[in-house]
Design a binder for this molecule. Structure first.
Ligand code: PLP
Length: 376
């Protein structure tokens, strides 16, 4: 079986599994307990916090552990809703993940404003520069890289503009972390991430938020995380997440992702050559080295997925959340694709374990399915 759905979730790497097992076996205490067992757990938790802060480039107290990115993104929006002035607008990109989009709509209703994207799937910087000069939102949220298209967003530029106007900037770094270096993310006021996208375990993530301002907790009943997130921290999976990030940061520092980008680019070139009528979404934009989003020729999106699946290739129709539900992608709609085109999209997303031969096998299989569907 060939797995090409890493943007939905990635297999847990050996180092992360081992770190989880070791922590489970050896660290029994609750980090909040006063005895030696508790102190040992608290020490391990502090070390994990310091490591993540080191990678992001922020203060360790900025880190709040969560159950994943959905919780972290909701927590951020909940906090803004509690602390921003009653008339403040929240600007988010039109291509945010549903957990940012829906929580913003929930808390801010009509005060949620969408930053448009270009046909290539990048936030419209011109629009943003003009609008922000005129009106100050309470916060701006733009993800680092899109989960459906892999298109990298100009988060550093947007951060600089926000800083110039003293507007807090929030970025969902879920698809960035472990694929691109974390360095610099700590300069953003709010950052979220999730371990299972880069080879860590499911059910753990974080919110990075300025430690000088206390975050309004979504949960009540405990003083953990400096009173910002009630509930006993799941230490083994936190340690496991950091073990996975250690591996990814090392691979990134050694530039192992550059060759992988070339394998994907070759796949795209062959796809365009051999599968007539294919469009690569965001072709002209900088994109993550692992993601290809393609509008396939007529033939039914689900039919493509089923046939590829039968042949041993797991691909997806879009985001993990819309897969199987046949909901048209709001990301492609925001990019200006028509309703009929939006339902033709397939997402191929690889991981660090994917080889050049895997990409070649995928290309051959897509061509075979194409000829079966179109009788050529
Ligand atoms: N943000 C982005 C960009 C994502 O891709 C995802 C998951 O696909 C999430 C947030 C939500 O992550 P989780 O489901 O791990 O909470």
């Amino acid at each position: 079986m060939f797995y090409f759905d890493y943007n939905a979730t990635a297999p847990v790497m050996r180092e992360a599994r081992e770190a989880w097992l070791e922590a489970t076996e050896k660290i029994h205490g609750n980090p909040s307990s006063p005895h030696a067992f508790g102190q040992a757990a608290n020490k391990a938790l502090t070390e994990a916090r310091e490591k993540l802060a080191h990678y992001l480039g922020c203060h360790p107290s900025d880190i709040i552990w969560t159950s994943g990115a959905t919780e972290a993104n909701n927590m951020a929006m909940h906090h803004f809703a509690q602390t921003l002035p009653a008339d403040a607008e929240v600007w988010i990109s039109a291509i945010e993940h549903p957990c940012v989009h829906d929580s913003t709509k929930h808390y801010f209703g009509k005060r949620a404003k969408f930053i448009p994207v270009t046909r290539d799937g990048v936030v419209d910087l011109e629009w943003f520069t003009v609008e922000i000069a005129d009106k100050r939102p309470g916060v701006v949220a733009v993800m680092c890289a899109n989960n459906e298209t892999g298109v990298i967003q100009p988060w550093r530029e947007i951060l600089a503009i926000c800083q110039a106007y003293e507007v807090p900037f929030f970025t969902d770094a879920v698809q960035w972390l472990g694929k691109m270096p974390a360095k610099g993310l700590g300069d953003c006021d709010f950052v979220t991430g999730a371990a299972h996208k880069f080879g860590g375990p499911r059910g753990v993530g974080f919110l990075k938020a300025p430690h000088k301002k206390k975050i309004n907790s979504l949960l009540f009943g405990g003083k953990q995380e400096r009173g910002q997130r009630a509930g006993t921290e799941n230490l083994p999976i936190i340690i496991s997440m950091i073990a996975a990030l250690d591996v990814r940061e090392k691979q990134l520092a050694e530039n192992h992702h550059q060759t992988r980008a070339e394998w994907k680019e070759k796949f795209e070139k062959l796809l365009l050559r051999h599968v007539h009528g294919t469009t690569i979404v965001g072709l002209n934009s900088p994109r993550l080295w692992n993601t290809t989003s393609a509008l396939m020729p007529e033939g039914g999106q689900q039919r493509w997925v089923t046939r590829l699946d039968k042949a041993g290739f797991a691909v997806s129709t879009g985001s993990a959340c819309t897969t199987g539900k046949e909901e048209p992608s709001h990301v492609l709609s925001a990019m200006g694709y028509k309703a009929g085109q939006v339902t033709q999209v397939l997402r191929f997303s690889s991981g660090w374990e994917t080889t050049a031969a895997d990409w070649e096998a995928l290309e051959k299989c897509v061509v075979k399915v194409y000829s079966e569907i179109h009788g050529k």
